[in-house]
Design a protein around this ligand. Structure first.
Ligand code: FDP
Length: 329
């Protein structure tokens, strides 16, 4: 009989080895419980008529799906129960949700169900999150944290049952949901490092947008695309998941040449705090890197608002550096 190590056991040992508090464990216990409930609702959603629009739009003007709403309520419920979170920034609420201002230790930034267009097809979506810590030395001013100050970030791929977790200065680990609904780490798993060998590298972007990218980006794509396979699932959580294993680059460039100018997105589409930073932080811990349209490191962008958008180029350093050189010409 083969018994795998559970995620919580893995974390318990990690916290003990590094002399860390158990408060982070309490937070992650809440987070993984929420992910399992989301997984359950997602898997059974088609039978309960949940994979459709909820009938209202969110702060970003996007149609909210019933599953987005359910996933958000689940996450907020368990974060509140944990008592560990000062406030949470969620894609679904205009303002940060205050949870435990006095006693909380962490800031939690999340997208409860990234990749909404996949929902009605039952295709992969992701619960993406990032964690920063209260200032323990002095008074806490509650400002939004930049990516380089994060302590952890993770993606639950739903309904595939794979959980990727990056811990600051420690690395990236993958856990799989087993038959008992426990996240476990397969025996002899090593920390995940993006492959340096370009043989399996892939490019990932929405190809229908390519003529709307800047001239520099279009030129770069024309020069480089013949060397790589192209993959795009339409959910950052899923596309980035694949990229992390295979290497290459995921990009969602700024849209600056759209035939309908009102559809331009000069600041990019993805949200800095709970999409771009999550991918960038995980990439950093796996040996990768990430930049925005101006060539700035994603993790060094000082957030100005909870739902701030950014362009994103994330992946294997040689590819990201080569497009950085082009973007900063
Ligand atoms: P979605 O709009 O379906 O929620 O920012 C969210 C996101 O998905 C990402 O997950 C995904 O990478 C991107 O937007 C997809 O956008 P396009 O449909 O424009 O390709």
């Amino acid at each position: 009989m083969k018994l795998e190590q559970s995620f919580m056991d893995f974390m318990l040992h990690h916290q003990e080895r590094h002399n860390r508090s158990y408060k982070f464990l309490a937070l992650l216990e809440a987070v993984q419980t929420a992910a399992k409930y989301i997984q359950y609702f997602y898997q059974t959603g088609s039978l309960k008529n949940l994979m459709c629009e909820a009938g209202f739009v969110n702060v970003q003007g996007e149609n909210v799906m019933k599953m987005d709403d359910i996933a958000d309520s689940i996450v907020l419920h368990y974060l509140r129960r944990s008592n560990q979170v000062i406030y949470a920034v969620t894609e679904e609420e205009p303002d940060p949700v205050v949870l435990n201002e006095e006693g909380g230790r962490y800031f939690f930034y999340y997208d409860p169900l990234d990749g909404s267009s996949n929902i009605k097809h039952n295709l992969p979506v992701g619960f993406m999150f990032a964690v920063a810590k209260r200032n323990l030395e002095g008074p806490e001013d509650g400002h939004l944290r930049k990516g380089s100050e994060l302590r952890a970030a993770g993606i639950f791929l739903i309904p595939n049952g794979v959980f990727t977790l990056a811990l600051a200065d420690t690395g990236v680990f993958r856990f799989h949901l087993d038959e008992t609904m426990t996240y476990v780490i397969p025996e002899n798993s090593e920390r995940l490092i993006m492959p340096e060998d370009p043989k399996g590298w892939e490019l990932s972007f929405n190809a229908s947008n390519r003529k709307a990218f800047s001239g520099h980006v279009q030129e770069w794509i024309e020069e480089h695309e013949p060397q790589y396979s192209f993959r795009y699932m339409g959910a950052l959580a899923a596309d980035f998941h694949r990229l992390l294993s295979n290497g290459g680059m995921f990009m969602y460039p700024a849209i600056v040449n759209h035939p309908k100018p009102e559809k331009n997105r000069p600041k990019g589409k993805l949200r800095l705090l709970y999409e771009a930073n999550v991918a960038a932080f995980i990439a950093r811990e796996a040996g990768g890197t990430a930049i925005d349209e101006e060539g700035n490191d994603i993790l060094e962008i000082e957030p100005e608002s909870p739902h701030q958008r950014t362009a994103l180029y994330v992946g294997s350093p040689p590819l990201v550096e080569s497009i950085r050189a082009r973007l900063t010409l």
